[in-house]
Design a protein around this ligand. Structure first.
Ligand SMILES: NC(=O)C1=CN([C@@H]2O[C@H](COP(=O)(O)OP(=O)(O)OC[C@H]3O[C@@H](n4cnc5c(N)ncnc54)[C@H](O)[C@@H]3O)[C@@H](O)[C@H]2O)[C@H](O)CC1
Ligand SMILES: [K+]
Length: 484
Protein backbone atom coordinates (compact mmCIF):
# COMPACT_ATOMS: atom_id res chain seq x y z
CA UNK A 1 0.00 0.00 0.00
CA UNK A 2 1.51 3.24 -1.14
CA UNK A 3 1.39 6.99 -0.63
CA UNK A 4 -1.59 8.86 -2.02
CA UNK A 5 -0.77 9.86 -5.62
CA UNK A 6 -2.24 13.38 -5.53
CA UNK A 7 -0.66 14.13 -2.15
CA UNK A 8 2.66 12.94 -3.54
CA UNK A 9 2.50 15.71 -6.16
CA UNK A 10 1.70 18.32 -3.53
CA UNK A 11 4.41 17.15 -1.12
CA UNK A 12 7.11 16.92 -3.79
CA UNK A 13 10.43 18.59 -3.18
CA UNK A 14 12.39 19.69 -6.23
CA UNK A 15 16.10 20.29 -6.61
CA UNK A 16 17.27 23.58 -8.11
CA UNK A 17 18.10 21.69 -11.33
CA UNK A 18 14.61 20.21 -11.59
CA UNK A 19 13.15 23.64 -10.89
CA UNK A 20 15.21 25.22 -13.67
CA UNK A 21 14.01 22.46 -15.97
CA UNK A 22 10.36 23.10 -15.03
CA UNK A 23 11.03 26.78 -15.74
CA UNK A 24 12.39 25.98 -19.21
CA UNK A 25 9.46 23.67 -19.95
CA UNK A 26 6.92 26.30 -18.97
CA UNK A 27 8.66 28.97 -21.07
CA UNK A 28 8.88 26.60 -24.04
CA UNK A 29 5.15 25.93 -23.69
CA UNK A 30 4.43 29.61 -24.19
CA UNK A 31 4.67 31.49 -20.88
CA UNK A 32 7.28 34.26 -21.28
CA UNK A 33 10.08 34.36 -18.69
CA UNK A 34 9.09 37.93 -17.79
CA UNK A 35 5.65 36.64 -16.82
CA UNK A 36 7.21 34.11 -14.44
CA UNK A 37 9.41 36.81 -12.94
CA UNK A 38 6.37 39.04 -12.62
CA UNK A 39 4.44 36.32 -10.78
CA UNK A 40 7.39 35.57 -8.52
CA UNK A 41 7.73 39.26 -7.67
CA UNK A 42 4.00 39.64 -7.06
CA UNK A 43 3.99 36.63 -4.74
CA UNK A 44 6.96 38.12 -2.88
CA UNK A 45 5.13 41.43 -2.59
CA UNK A 46 2.08 39.73 -1.13
CA UNK A 47 4.16 38.00 1.54
CA UNK A 48 6.19 41.12 2.24
CA UNK A 49 3.06 43.16 2.84
CA UNK A 50 1.46 40.50 5.01
CA UNK A 51 4.57 40.02 7.19
CA UNK A 52 5.98 43.56 7.49
CA UNK A 53 4.58 47.02 8.12
CA UNK A 54 5.69 49.87 5.86
CA UNK A 55 9.35 50.73 6.45
CA UNK A 56 12.54 51.54 4.48
CA UNK A 57 13.44 48.61 2.23
CA UNK A 58 16.80 47.82 0.66
CA UNK A 59 16.74 45.24 -2.12
CA UNK A 60 19.98 43.36 -2.81
CA UNK A 61 19.93 42.04 -6.37
CA UNK A 62 22.19 39.41 -7.87
CA UNK A 63 23.12 38.85 -11.54
CA UNK A 64 20.55 36.16 -12.38
CA UNK A 65 16.80 35.71 -12.23
CA UNK A 66 16.78 35.82 -8.45
CA UNK A 67 18.00 39.40 -8.86
CA UNK A 68 15.40 39.94 -11.60
CA UNK A 69 12.68 38.94 -9.12
CA UNK A 70 14.15 41.51 -6.71
CA UNK A 71 14.20 44.30 -9.32
CA UNK A 72 10.62 43.63 -10.32
CA UNK A 73 9.57 43.56 -6.66
CA UNK A 74 11.31 46.92 -6.28
CA UNK A 75 9.17 48.43 -9.03
CA UNK A 76 6.05 47.08 -7.40
CA UNK A 77 7.05 48.53 -4.04
CA UNK A 78 7.67 51.94 -5.65
CA UNK A 79 4.19 51.76 -7.16
CA UNK A 80 2.83 50.98 -3.73
CA UNK A 81 4.61 54.03 -2.30
CA UNK A 82 7.20 52.24 -0.16
CA UNK A 83 10.55 53.93 0.51
CA UNK A 84 13.08 51.69 -1.26
CA UNK A 85 16.63 51.55 -2.53
CA UNK A 86 18.20 48.92 -4.76
CA UNK A 87 21.76 47.62 -4.67
CA UNK A 88 22.94 45.48 -7.57
CA UNK A 89 25.92 43.19 -7.83
CA UNK A 90 27.85 43.84 -11.02
CA UNK A 91 26.20 45.61 -13.94
CA UNK A 92 23.22 47.76 -12.95
CA UNK A 93 20.01 46.85 -14.78
CA UNK A 94 19.22 48.57 -18.04
CA UNK A 95 17.33 51.80 -17.40
CA UNK A 96 14.99 50.86 -20.20
CA UNK A 97 13.83 47.66 -18.56
CA UNK A 98 13.50 49.13 -15.11
CA UNK A 99 12.22 52.68 -15.47
CA UNK A 100 10.29 52.22 -12.26
CA UNK A 101 13.58 52.20 -10.32
CA UNK A 102 14.76 55.62 -11.51
CA UNK A 103 16.86 57.28 -8.84
CA UNK A 104 16.71 54.30 -6.47
CA UNK A 105 19.92 52.51 -7.47
CA UNK A 106 22.83 52.74 -5.02
CA UNK A 107 26.38 51.41 -5.19
CA UNK A 108 27.25 48.35 -3.09
CA UNK A 109 29.55 50.35 -0.81
CA UNK A 110 26.64 52.39 0.55
CA UNK A 111 24.84 49.39 2.07
CA UNK A 112 24.29 50.16 5.76
CA UNK A 113 21.11 48.48 6.98
CA UNK A 114 19.67 49.92 10.18
CA UNK A 115 17.76 48.05 12.90
CA UNK A 116 14.31 49.14 11.70
CA UNK A 117 14.94 48.38 8.04
CA UNK A 118 13.82 45.52 5.86
CA UNK A 119 16.36 43.96 3.51
CA UNK A 120 15.17 41.89 0.57
CA UNK A 121 17.79 39.29 -0.23
CA UNK A 122 17.60 38.61 -3.97
CA UNK A 123 21.28 37.87 -4.57
CA UNK A 124 21.21 34.16 -5.43
CA UNK A 125 18.52 31.52 -5.47
CA UNK A 126 18.35 28.27 -7.35
CA UNK A 127 21.27 29.27 -9.57
CA UNK A 128 23.87 29.39 -6.79
CA UNK A 129 26.78 27.45 -8.23
CA UNK A 130 29.77 28.17 -6.00
CA UNK A 131 30.64 29.60 -2.58
CA UNK A 132 29.62 33.22 -2.02
CA UNK A 133 32.67 35.49 -1.96
CA UNK A 134 33.79 39.06 -2.60
CA UNK A 135 31.18 41.81 -2.83
CA UNK A 136 28.23 39.49 -2.28
CA UNK A 137 29.85 38.10 0.84
CA UNK A 138 30.56 41.60 2.14
CA UNK A 139 26.88 42.53 1.73
CA UNK A 140 25.71 39.43 3.61
CA UNK A 141 28.29 39.99 6.35
CA UNK A 142 26.85 43.46 6.97
CA UNK A 143 23.48 41.87 7.67
CA UNK A 144 24.74 39.76 10.50
CA UNK A 145 24.80 42.44 13.21
CA UNK A 146 22.58 45.07 11.61
CA UNK A 147 19.37 44.01 13.34
CA UNK A 148 17.43 44.55 10.11
CA UNK A 149 14.66 42.14 9.10
CA UNK A 150 15.42 39.95 6.09
CA UNK A 151 13.10 38.57 3.45
CA UNK A 152 14.87 36.11 1.15
CA UNK A 153 13.56 35.41 -2.30
CA UNK A 154 13.60 31.69 -3.07
CA UNK A 155 16.42 30.84 -0.63
CA UNK A 156 18.69 32.72 1.75
CA UNK A 157 21.53 33.53 -0.66
CA UNK A 158 24.32 31.01 -0.07
CA UNK A 159 22.06 28.09 0.90
CA UNK A 160 22.37 25.16 -1.47
CA UNK A 161 18.80 24.34 -2.47
CA UNK A 162 19.61 20.66 -2.96
CA UNK A 163 21.24 20.03 0.42
CA UNK A 164 20.62 22.92 2.82
CA UNK A 165 24.35 23.44 3.19
CA UNK A 166 25.89 26.90 3.41
CA UNK A 167 28.15 27.69 0.46
CA UNK A 168 30.48 30.30 1.96
CA UNK A 169 27.99 32.45 3.84
CA UNK A 170 24.22 32.88 4.01
CA UNK A 171 22.01 35.36 5.84
CA UNK A 172 19.52 34.49 8.56
CA UNK A 173 16.17 35.29 6.97
CA UNK A 174 13.00 36.06 8.88
CA UNK A 175 10.88 35.09 5.92
CA UNK A 176 11.61 33.15 2.72
CA UNK A 177 9.31 33.17 -0.28
CA UNK A 178 9.80 30.34 -2.73
CA UNK A 179 7.89 29.23 -5.79
CA UNK A 180 6.02 26.17 -7.05
CA UNK A 181 7.54 23.59 -4.67
CA UNK A 182 9.95 23.62 -1.73
CA UNK A 183 13.47 22.37 -2.29
CA UNK A 184 15.19 19.88 0.02
CA UNK A 185 17.47 22.75 1.09
CA UNK A 186 14.52 24.53 2.71
CA UNK A 187 14.13 21.61 5.11
CA UNK A 188 17.62 20.26 5.72
CA UNK A 189 20.47 21.35 8.02
CA UNK A 190 21.39 25.03 8.02
CA UNK A 191 18.86 25.67 5.28
CA UNK A 192 16.02 24.81 7.65
CA UNK A 193 17.42 27.17 10.28
CA UNK A 194 18.23 30.10 7.96
CA UNK A 195 14.94 30.30 6.02
CA UNK A 196 12.78 31.57 8.86
CA UNK A 197 9.10 31.33 8.01
CA UNK A 198 8.71 29.74 4.57
CA UNK A 199 6.00 30.60 2.05
CA UNK A 200 5.56 28.70 -1.18
CA UNK A 201 3.68 30.48 -3.98
CA UNK A 202 2.11 29.08 -7.12
CA UNK A 203 3.54 30.81 -10.22
CA UNK A 204 1.85 28.61 -12.80
CA UNK A 205 4.58 26.03 -13.47
CA UNK A 206 3.45 22.60 -14.60
CA UNK A 207 4.18 19.58 -12.47
CA UNK A 208 5.51 16.52 -14.21
CA UNK A 209 6.05 12.98 -13.00
CA UNK A 210 9.75 12.62 -12.22
CA UNK A 211 10.20 16.24 -11.07
CA UNK A 212 10.44 15.30 -7.41
CA UNK A 213 13.65 14.25 -5.70
CA UNK A 214 12.11 13.80 -2.26
CA UNK A 215 8.85 14.29 -0.38
CA UNK A 216 7.97 16.55 2.53
CA UNK A 217 6.27 14.26 5.03
CA UNK A 218 2.60 15.02 5.76
CA UNK A 219 -0.40 12.93 6.86
CA UNK A 220 -2.13 13.36 3.52
CA UNK A 221 0.50 11.00 2.07
CA UNK A 222 -0.31 8.03 4.30
CA UNK A 223 -3.40 8.72 6.37
CA UNK A 224 -5.54 6.39 4.22
CA UNK A 225 -3.20 3.50 5.05
CA UNK A 226 -3.97 3.80 8.76
CA UNK A 227 -7.69 4.10 8.12
CA UNK A 228 -7.58 0.81 6.20
CA UNK A 229 -6.30 -0.97 9.26
CA UNK A 230 -9.06 0.50 11.38
CA UNK A 231 -11.75 -1.00 9.14
CA UNK A 232 -10.65 -4.58 9.75
CA UNK A 233 -12.49 -6.20 12.60
CA UNK A 234 -10.59 -9.25 13.82
CA UNK A 235 -7.59 -8.40 16.00
CA UNK A 236 -5.17 -10.53 13.99
CA UNK A 237 -6.38 -8.99 10.72
CA UNK A 238 -5.25 -5.67 12.14
CA UNK A 239 -1.78 -7.10 12.55
CA UNK A 240 0.26 -8.63 15.32
CA UNK A 241 3.59 -7.16 16.39
CA UNK A 242 6.16 -9.11 18.34
CA UNK A 243 8.55 -7.03 20.42
CA UNK A 244 11.74 -8.82 21.41
CA UNK A 245 12.32 -7.95 25.05
CA UNK A 246 15.56 -7.21 26.84
CA UNK A 247 17.00 -8.82 29.95
CA UNK A 248 16.79 -7.53 33.52
CA UNK A 249 16.90 -3.79 34.07
CA UNK A 250 17.62 -3.10 30.41
CA UNK A 251 14.19 -4.43 29.56
CA UNK A 252 12.58 -1.04 30.09
CA UNK A 253 13.58 0.18 26.62
CA UNK A 254 11.88 -2.76 24.94
CA UNK A 255 8.82 -2.30 27.13
CA UNK A 256 8.56 1.26 25.81
CA UNK A 257 8.64 -0.21 22.30
CA UNK A 258 5.79 -2.54 23.26
CA UNK A 259 3.77 0.44 24.47
CA UNK A 260 4.53 2.24 21.20
CA UNK A 261 3.30 -0.77 19.23
CA UNK A 262 0.22 -1.16 21.39
CA UNK A 263 -1.14 2.30 20.46
CA UNK A 264 -0.27 1.99 16.75
CA UNK A 265 -3.59 0.55 15.70
CA UNK A 266 -2.17 -2.98 15.40
CA UNK A 267 -4.61 -5.61 16.65
CA UNK A 268 -2.23 -7.38 19.02
CA UNK A 269 1.21 -7.02 20.57
CA UNK A 270 3.26 -9.81 22.08
CA UNK A 271 6.24 -9.06 24.28
CA UNK A 272 8.82 -11.83 24.27
CA UNK A 273 10.59 -11.60 27.58
CA UNK A 274 13.89 -13.24 28.54
CA UNK A 275 13.42 -15.23 31.74
CA UNK A 276 15.23 -12.62 33.86
CA UNK A 277 12.52 -10.07 33.17
CA UNK A 278 9.49 -12.20 32.24
CA UNK A 279 7.82 -12.19 35.61
CA UNK A 280 8.18 -8.46 35.96
CA UNK A 281 6.94 -7.85 32.42
CA UNK A 282 3.92 -9.99 33.21
CA UNK A 283 2.98 -7.69 36.05
CA UNK A 284 3.39 -4.37 34.18
CA UNK A 285 1.56 -5.15 30.94
CA UNK A 286 -2.17 -5.59 30.57
CA UNK A 287 -3.00 -5.01 26.92
CA UNK A 288 0.31 -6.48 25.75
CA UNK A 289 0.63 -10.28 25.86
CA UNK A 290 3.78 -11.50 27.55
CA UNK A 291 5.52 -14.71 26.62
CA UNK A 292 8.67 -15.99 28.29
CA UNK A 293 11.59 -16.69 26.00
CA UNK A 294 14.36 -19.16 26.78
CA UNK A 295 15.73 -19.22 23.27
CA UNK A 296 15.10 -17.98 19.73
CA UNK A 297 12.61 -20.86 19.18
CA UNK A 298 9.94 -18.77 20.91
CA UNK A 299 10.43 -16.04 18.32
CA UNK A 300 10.57 -18.56 15.49
CA UNK A 301 7.29 -20.08 16.59
CA UNK A 302 5.52 -16.72 16.65
CA UNK A 303 7.07 -15.69 13.33
CA UNK A 304 5.76 -18.84 11.71
CA UNK A 305 2.40 -18.35 13.36
CA UNK A 306 0.41 -15.22 14.00
CA UNK A 307 3.09 -12.52 13.97
CA UNK A 308 3.02 -9.99 11.17
CA UNK A 309 5.97 -7.80 12.21
CA UNK A 310 8.89 -7.81 14.64
CA UNK A 311 10.58 -5.04 16.62
CA UNK A 312 14.09 -5.89 17.70
CA UNK A 313 16.92 -4.04 19.39
CA UNK A 314 15.81 -1.66 22.16
CA UNK A 315 17.29 -2.77 25.49
CA UNK A 316 18.22 -6.13 23.99
CA UNK A 317 21.91 -6.18 24.89
CA UNK A 318 24.72 -7.77 22.93
CA UNK A 319 24.59 -11.31 24.30
CA UNK A 320 24.35 -14.63 22.46
CA UNK A 321 20.55 -14.69 22.76
CA UNK A 322 20.41 -11.27 21.10
CA UNK A 323 22.41 -12.49 18.11
CA UNK A 324 20.26 -15.59 17.78
CA UNK A 325 17.06 -13.57 17.98
CA UNK A 326 18.28 -11.06 15.40
CA UNK A 327 19.09 -13.90 12.98
CA UNK A 328 15.75 -15.52 13.58
CA UNK A 329 13.88 -12.23 13.17
CA UNK A 330 15.58 -11.36 9.88
CA UNK A 331 15.41 -14.91 8.52
CA UNK A 332 11.65 -14.99 9.13
CA UNK A 333 11.17 -12.56 6.25
CA UNK A 334 8.59 -10.64 8.30
CA UNK A 335 8.65 -6.83 8.26
CA UNK A 336 11.14 -5.91 10.94
CA UNK A 337 12.18 -2.76 12.79
CA UNK A 338 15.89 -2.97 13.57
CA UNK A 339 16.87 -0.47 16.25
CA UNK A 340 19.38 0.27 19.02
CA UNK A 341 21.36 -2.84 20.08
CA UNK A 342 20.34 -4.68 16.92
CA UNK A 343 22.11 -1.91 14.97
CA UNK A 344 25.26 -1.99 17.03
CA UNK A 345 25.62 -5.77 17.43
CA UNK A 346 27.42 -5.91 14.11
CA UNK A 347 29.05 -2.51 13.97
CA UNK A 348 32.47 -4.13 13.48
CA UNK A 349 31.25 -6.27 10.61
CA UNK A 350 28.19 -4.46 9.21
CA UNK A 351 28.19 -6.53 6.03
CA UNK A 352 27.01 -9.47 8.15
CA UNK A 353 23.96 -7.48 9.17
CA UNK A 354 23.40 -6.07 5.69
CA UNK A 355 23.42 -9.48 4.05
CA UNK A 356 20.71 -10.68 6.44
CA UNK A 357 18.45 -7.65 5.93
CA UNK A 358 15.65 -7.63 3.37
CA UNK A 359 13.44 -4.98 1.87
CA UNK A 360 10.79 -5.39 4.56
CA UNK A 361 13.22 -4.08 7.20
CA UNK A 362 13.32 -0.57 8.64
CA UNK A 363 16.54 0.53 10.35
CA UNK A 364 16.10 3.41 12.79
CA UNK A 365 19.54 4.76 13.71
CA UNK A 366 20.27 8.08 15.39
CA UNK A 367 23.33 9.95 14.14
CA UNK A 368 25.75 8.06 16.42
CA UNK A 369 24.48 4.62 15.43
CA UNK A 370 24.40 5.68 11.80
CA UNK A 371 28.05 6.77 11.84
CA UNK A 372 29.14 3.46 13.37
CA UNK A 373 27.09 1.29 11.05
CA UNK A 374 27.56 3.18 7.79
CA UNK A 375 31.23 4.08 7.98
CA UNK A 376 32.41 6.41 5.24
CA UNK A 377 28.89 7.54 4.28
CA UNK A 378 29.13 11.33 4.38
CA UNK A 379 27.43 14.47 3.15
CA UNK A 380 24.08 16.08 3.79
CA UNK A 381 21.42 14.11 5.65
CA UNK A 382 19.35 13.30 2.56
CA UNK A 383 22.33 11.96 0.61
CA UNK A 384 23.53 9.93 3.58
CA UNK A 385 20.16 8.30 4.21
CA UNK A 386 19.87 7.43 0.52
CA UNK A 387 23.38 6.01 0.36
CA UNK A 388 22.78 3.97 3.51
CA UNK A 389 19.51 2.51 2.20
CA UNK A 390 21.25 1.54 -1.04
CA UNK A 391 24.12 -0.03 0.89
CA UNK A 392 22.01 -2.13 3.24
CA UNK A 393 19.07 -2.94 0.96
CA UNK A 394 16.45 -1.84 3.51
CA UNK A 395 14.61 1.31 4.54
CA UNK A 396 16.71 3.65 6.66
CA UNK A 397 15.14 6.20 8.99
CA UNK A 398 17.86 8.59 10.12
CA UNK A 399 16.62 10.30 13.27
CA UNK A 400 17.12 13.89 14.39
CA UNK A 401 15.23 17.16 14.69
CA UNK A 402 14.77 16.62 10.97
CA UNK A 403 14.34 12.93 10.17
CA UNK A 404 15.04 11.48 6.74
CA UNK A 405 13.58 8.21 5.53
CA UNK A 406 15.09 6.51 2.49
CA UNK A 407 14.01 3.24 0.97
CA UNK A 408 11.93 2.09 -1.94
CA UNK A 409 10.70 5.16 -3.84
CA UNK A 410 11.36 8.84 -3.13
CA UNK A 411 13.00 9.64 0.20
CA UNK A 412 10.88 11.47 2.77
CA UNK A 413 11.89 14.42 4.95
CA UNK A 414 10.07 14.80 8.25
CA UNK A 415 10.17 18.24 9.86
CA UNK A 416 7.59 18.39 12.66
CA UNK A 417 10.08 17.25 15.31
CA UNK A 418 10.65 19.36 18.41
CA UNK A 419 12.96 19.56 21.38
CA UNK A 420 10.58 17.68 23.63
CA UNK A 421 11.31 14.52 21.61
CA UNK A 422 14.89 14.58 22.82
CA UNK A 423 14.08 12.54 25.89
CA UNK A 424 15.36 9.11 26.92
CA UNK A 425 13.25 6.28 25.55
CA UNK A 426 11.52 8.33 22.89
CA UNK A 427 13.32 6.38 20.13
CA UNK A 428 12.23 3.08 21.68
CA UNK A 429 8.61 4.20 21.47
CA UNK A 430 9.15 5.18 17.82
CA UNK A 431 10.57 1.75 16.95
CA UNK A 432 7.50 0.07 18.46
CA UNK A 433 5.11 2.46 16.75
CA UNK A 434 6.64 1.78 13.33
CA UNK A 435 6.58 -1.96 14.05
CA UNK A 436 2.88 -1.71 14.84
CA UNK A 437 2.17 0.16 11.61
CA UNK A 438 4.21 -2.37 9.61
CA UNK A 439 2.05 -5.10 11.13
CA UNK A 440 -0.96 -3.50 9.45
CA UNK A 441 0.43 -4.32 5.98
CA UNK A 442 1.80 -0.82 5.42
CA UNK A 443 4.98 -0.80 3.29
CA UNK A 444 8.27 0.00 5.08
CA UNK A 445 8.93 3.52 3.75
CA UNK A 446 5.29 4.44 4.27
CA UNK A 447 5.19 2.98 7.80
CA UNK A 448 8.40 4.78 8.74
CA UNK A 449 7.06 8.08 7.39
CA UNK A 450 3.76 7.70 9.23
CA UNK A 451 5.53 6.68 12.44
CA UNK A 452 8.01 9.57 12.32
CA UNK A 453 5.30 12.18 11.81
CA UNK A 454 2.87 10.78 14.39
CA UNK A 455 5.63 10.37 16.97
CA UNK A 456 6.83 13.95 16.46
CA UNK A 457 3.30 15.33 16.42
CA UNK A 458 2.58 13.65 19.76
CA UNK A 459 5.44 15.63 21.29
CA UNK A 460 5.04 18.87 19.39
CA UNK A 461 2.61 20.61 21.69
CA UNK A 462 4.19 19.14 24.83
CA UNK A 463 6.51 20.99 27.16
CA UNK A 464 9.97 19.95 28.36
CA UNK A 465 8.43 17.70 31.02
CA UNK A 466 7.31 15.17 28.43
CA UNK A 467 8.84 11.77 29.04
CA UNK A 468 8.73 8.54 27.07
CA UNK A 469 6.21 7.01 29.50
CA UNK A 470 3.63 9.60 28.56
CA UNK A 471 4.38 9.58 24.84
CA UNK A 472 2.28 6.51 23.87
CA UNK A 473 -0.90 8.05 25.27
CA UNK A 474 -0.32 11.18 23.21
CA UNK A 475 0.44 9.05 20.13
CA UNK A 476 -2.89 7.32 20.57
CA UNK A 477 -4.57 10.73 20.54
CA UNK A 478 -2.80 11.77 17.34
CA UNK A 479 -3.73 8.53 15.55
CA UNK A 480 -7.35 8.71 16.64
CA UNK A 481 -7.62 12.27 15.35
CA UNK A 482 -6.01 11.29 12.04
CA UNK A 483 -8.25 8.31 11.45
CA UNK A 484 -11.56 9.72 12.69
N1 LIG B 1 10.71 28.19 -11.27
C1 LIG B 1 11.01 29.08 -10.43
O1 LIG B 1 11.09 28.82 -9.27
C2 LIG B 1 11.30 30.44 -10.90
C3 LIG B 1 12.30 31.12 -10.29
N2 LIG B 1 12.70 32.35 -10.59
C4 LIG B 1 13.79 32.93 -9.89
O2 LIG B 1 14.94 32.62 -10.59
C5 LIG B 1 15.94 32.16 -9.71
C6 LIG B 1 16.92 31.32 -10.41
O3 LIG B 1 17.50 32.12 -11.39
P1 LIG B 1 18.91 31.79 -12.04
O4 LIG B 1 19.22 32.89 -12.96
O5 LIG B 1 18.91 30.44 -12.56
O6 LIG B 1 19.89 31.76 -10.80
P2 LIG B 1 20.30 32.82 -9.69
O7 LIG B 1 19.66 34.12 -9.91
O8 LIG B 1 20.05 32.17 -8.36
O9 LIG B 1 21.86 32.97 -9.81
C7 LIG B 1 22.51 32.76 -11.03
C8 LIG B 1 23.55 33.84 -11.29
O10 LIG B 1 24.40 34.00 -10.21
C9 LIG B 1 25.74 33.62 -10.56
N3 LIG B 1 26.29 32.95 -9.39
C10 LIG B 1 25.97 31.76 -8.92
N4 LIG B 1 26.62 31.51 -7.76
C11 LIG B 1 27.40 32.61 -7.53
C12 LIG B 1 28.31 32.98 -6.53
N5 LIG B 1 28.55 32.18 -5.49
N6 LIG B 1 28.93 34.16 -6.57
C13 LIG B 1 28.69 35.00 -7.61
N7 LIG B 1 27.83 34.72 -8.63
C14 LIG B 1 27.20 33.54 -8.58
C15 LIG B 1 25.58 32.77 -11.79
O11 LIG B 1 26.75 32.80 -12.57
C16 LIG B 1 24.41 33.46 -12.47
O12 LIG B 1 24.82 34.63 -13.10
C17 LIG B 1 15.18 31.48 -8.64
O13 LIG B 1 15.94 31.37 -7.47
C18 LIG B 1 13.97 32.39 -8.50
O14 LIG B 1 14.27 33.46 -7.63
C19 LIG B 1 12.01 33.05 -11.71
O15 LIG B 1 11.94 34.38 -11.48
C20 LIG B 1 10.60 32.54 -11.92
C21 LIG B 1 10.54 31.07 -12.02
K1 LIG C 1 17.91 34.83 -2.36
Amino acid sequence: MAFDAEATKRCSLMTPDAMAEADRRTIAAGTPETTLIDRAARASLRVLRSEFTRRPVTILCGPGNNGADGLRLGEMLVDAGWPIEVICLGEPPSAERHRGLDGRLRPTGTFAPGPGALVVDALFGAGLSRPVEGEARALIEKLEFAGASVLSIDLPSGIDGATGEVLGIAPQADVTVTFHRLKPGHLLGEGARRCGKVFCADIGLQYREGDASALHNAPELWRHLLANGARETHKYERGHTVVVGGPGFMGSASRLSAYGASVSGAGAVTYLAPLSSAEFAGTVFDAVMVRPMTGPEALEELAEGKASSIVIGPGMGHGALSRDCLHTALASGLPCVVDADALTLYEDEPSKLFSALHEGCVLTPHEGEFARLFKGVEGDKLSRAKAAAARCGATVLLKGSTTVIAGDGLPVINTNGSRSLATAGSGDVLAGLIGGILAQSVAPREAAAAGAWIHAEAARSAGPSLNADRLPRRIAGVIDRLVS
